[in-house]
Write a protein that binds this ligand. Structure first.
Ligand code: MG
Length: 295
């Protein structure tokens, strides 16, 4: 199986490069990406910039051993949820008990059986991919939920600061959605939300992502996008949505949107949303079915 951008990533924390190499060969053959860290300290640094799907950690390592590393992870809200395996030459029952007390998913003694390691990795990746879907996506529309959208946007704004490249957001709201719910009922309203979400997912640019942050309110994040380009991309989506037909009588639903760009309008989520919201309000006020940029 080939490794692609969407392949799951396993962080291998291990001071013995031969073991890292061996684990990598086994997992890479099955289309699973691997990244190595030489000890616990190094791994913690790497976790500030990446979110692996699984961590496999040795125990005996210099600087920070596997137990200390695991205890550190358990203090962190997001990182403690990443599936975690111990892989260690310490294979006595009390070692395994101690490892499991630190909330490991499993404990694999060295030397290990490649097939068993691979089977355990695959099982946990499959189970967590279902769980992640439940945790990250809005159940109705299948776009990101508010929490995931904000976590991704926050990481995006860190990159804006570091690399001095602008990123834009599109805050969009369905026009007269309350009327639609009142006239056609909530099931119909749900269908409208689903159809508009699919249109956004299908037509947004590859690097963009979208989340539902309220009843009929969405945020589309456009990384590495200056304001002018963001407005054009947003307006294209507005047009596509305005052309959709929702019933046999030819009902159309439009959106209004406000665009804000980091860092020029604001550098944090709150400020950026406020600016986009002001622009959205003006778009509504000046007739709806339009995109306006923050000033
Ligand atoms: Mg070691």
């Amino acid at each position: 199986m080939q490794i692609s951008e969407n392949s799951p990533t396993v962080l291998v924390v291990e001071d013995d490069p031969n073991i890292v190499h061996m684990v990598s060969i086994i997992l890479n053959k099955s289309g699973i990406k691997t990244v190595g860290a030489r000890d616990g300290e190094h791994a913690l640094e790497m976790l500030n910039q990446m979110m692996p799907n699984l961590i496999i950690s040795d125990i005996m390592m210099p600087n920070m051993d596997g137990y200390a590393f695991r205890r550190e992870l358990l203090k962190r809200d997001e990182a403690r949820l990443i599936p975690f395996f111990f892989l260690s030459a310490k294979g006595k029952p009390h070692d395994i008990v101690h490892g499991m007390e630190l909330e490991a998913d499993t404990y694999i003694p060295k030397p290990f059986e490649p097939d068993v390691l691979l089977a355990k990795v695959k099982a946990v990746l499959r189970r967590y991919s279902h769980l992640n879907e439940l945790l990250q996506y809005d159940a109705l529309t299948k776009v990101f939920n508010r929490r995931t959208l904000e976590a991704n946007l926050s990481a995006e704004l860190n990159r804006v600061k570091r690399y001095k490249q602008p990123s834009s957001i599109m805050l969009l709201d369905l026009d007269h959605f309350k009327n639609i719910n009142d006239t056609y009922g909530h099931d119909f309203g749900d269908m409208v939300l689903k159809k508009i979400s699919s249109a956004l997912l299908e037509n947004m640019r590859d690097t963009d992502y979208v989340g539902r942050i309220g009843g009929e309110e969405f945020v589309l994040v456009m990384p590495n996008t200056e304001k002018k380009t963001g407005v054009l991309a947003a307006d294209r989506l507005r047009e596509i949505i305005a052309r959709l037909v929702f019933d046999t009588a030819g009902l159309h639903v439009t959106i209004s949107a406000g665009i804000a760009t980091a860092p020029e309008d604001a550098e944090d989520i709150e400020g950026l949303m406020k600016k986009a919201d002001l622009a959205l309000y003006k778009a509504k006020d000046s007739g709806r079915n339009r995109v306006l940029a923050a000033e």
